[in-house]
Ligand binder design. Structure first.
Ligand SMILES: NC(=O)c1ccc[n+]([C@@H]2O[C@H](COP(=O)([O-])OP(=O)(O)OC[C@H]3O[C@@H](n4cnc5c(N)ncnc54)[C@H](OP(=O)(O)O)[C@@H]3O)[C@@H](O)[C@H]2O)c1
Length: 312
């Protein structure tokens, strides 16, 4: 009998990648049958999953009553929660994760895979709310009577299409346009990057193929480290659009953020600069993780080639 794999966030980047990885793998697709969770089954993204033969079920992590039927007969559950950067960030993510994880245990599930982040405050005494919210949830899952493994994605390459999109720098009329990526951290701070759409499923698929081997482990998921300076050079070389990294004062950077994001975002970027996105052992953690994955991981160069026209 196939094992039911329930995927939260199935219409999004990470969950969608997990679905793709299972459908495209002859072994995993024999071993697992997919159940995708969405809040609205009528959405095109949910309908498209149905048209690919995936069972799609409505549930909302803010509505505990919807979770028991969504998790009925589940064997393995992939959980991703969404960060909303307000004062309830930590409490909300912990409550959502607890509700899903408890419902999975109550349904008799055997294994949880949680999309996590490093425990900055607990392990190193430096509060990083956006990471600690997930680390608290991971700590809770580890207390439950169920096997679990953790997928900790690096910074998304996809950010270069959204909040880190190169912005045109005002210049004189007739000048060639120069684009800038702006932040307050050092141009040379190494940042682990993941193509979360193409690659999340490669890591999670590795856990799904060998759940006992990876129980208790965390995958620190990134192809490699790229500083902002290197990212700007790669974008320039591949797209032909001159892009530079601008190190700007913290106050100026904060002025570009959506209201309420300043604390969570600035403490996160300070952490990324030092000790490093995955903590002091970032290099070793990424090296070990990459060694576990048999599929080729996507480089930032490949990402820029794929999205060269969408980036500007
Ligand atoms: N950006 C980065 O560099 C980075 C790095 C590491 C980690 N992260 C973390 O990644 C997470 C976002 O992951 P993503 O990019 O894969 O998400 P995404 O593409 O934004 O998709 C969000 C998914 O969550 C589902 N969802 C939202 N609210 C829900 C609810 N109340 N109940 C059930 N499902 C709900 C949505 O489903 P429906 O809309 O279909 O209901 C959708 O499938 C955030 O927590 C962020 O902190 C981001």
């Amino acid at each position: 009998m196939t094992k039911i794999l329930v995927v939260f966030g199935a219409t999004g980047q990470q969950g969608g990648s997990v679905i793709d990885a299972v459908l495209n793998d002859s072994e995993l697709s024999k071993e697992y049958s997919l159940r995708a969770i969405t809040r609205d089954i009528k959405r095109p993204s949910a309908q498209s999953l149905q048209s690919r033969g995936v069972e799609v079920v409505e549930a909302d992590v803010d509505d505990p009553d919807s979770l028991s039927s969504a998790l009925a007969q589940a064997h393995t559950v992939f959980i991703v929660t969404i960060s909303i950067y307000d004062e309830n960030l930590k409490a909300r993510e912990l409550r959502q994760t607890k509700d899903v994880a408890d419902a999975a245990v109550a349904a008799g599930a055997q294994y949880l895979i949680y999309s996590s982040c490093v425990a900055a405050e607990r392990l190193w005494g430096i509060p990083v709310t956006a990471f600690d919210s997930k680390a608290d949830s991971e700590a809770y899952i580890r207390t439950l009577p169920i096997k679990s493994a953790f997928f900790s994605p690096g910074m998304f390459m996809q950010n270069y299409l959204t909040n880190q999109r190169p912005q045109p720098i005002p210049g004189k009329e007739g000048d060639e346009i120069t684009y800038a990526i702006a932040n307050f951290i050092s141009p040379d701070a190494p940042i682990p990057l993941i193509d979360t759409v193409k690659d999340s499923g490669k890591y999670v698929g590795t856990i799904l193929a060998n759940p006992d081997r990876y129980a208790g482990n965390t995958f620190f998921a990134a192809t490699a480290f790229y500083s902002y300076r290197e990212a700007a050079e790669i974008i320039t070389r591949i797209t032909g659009k001159r892009t530079v990294y601008l190190q700007i004062p913290l106050e100026q950077w904060i002025s570009y953020l959506p209201p309420g994001y300043d604390k969570a975002m600035s403490e996160m970027m300070r952490w990324v600069e030092s000790p490093g996105y995955f903590g002091p052992q970032s290099n070793e953690e990424v090296k070990w993780t990459v060694q576990q994955v048999k599929d080729k991981l996507s480089t930032f160069e490949e990402f820029v080639e794929s999205y060269a026209t969408d980036m500007f």
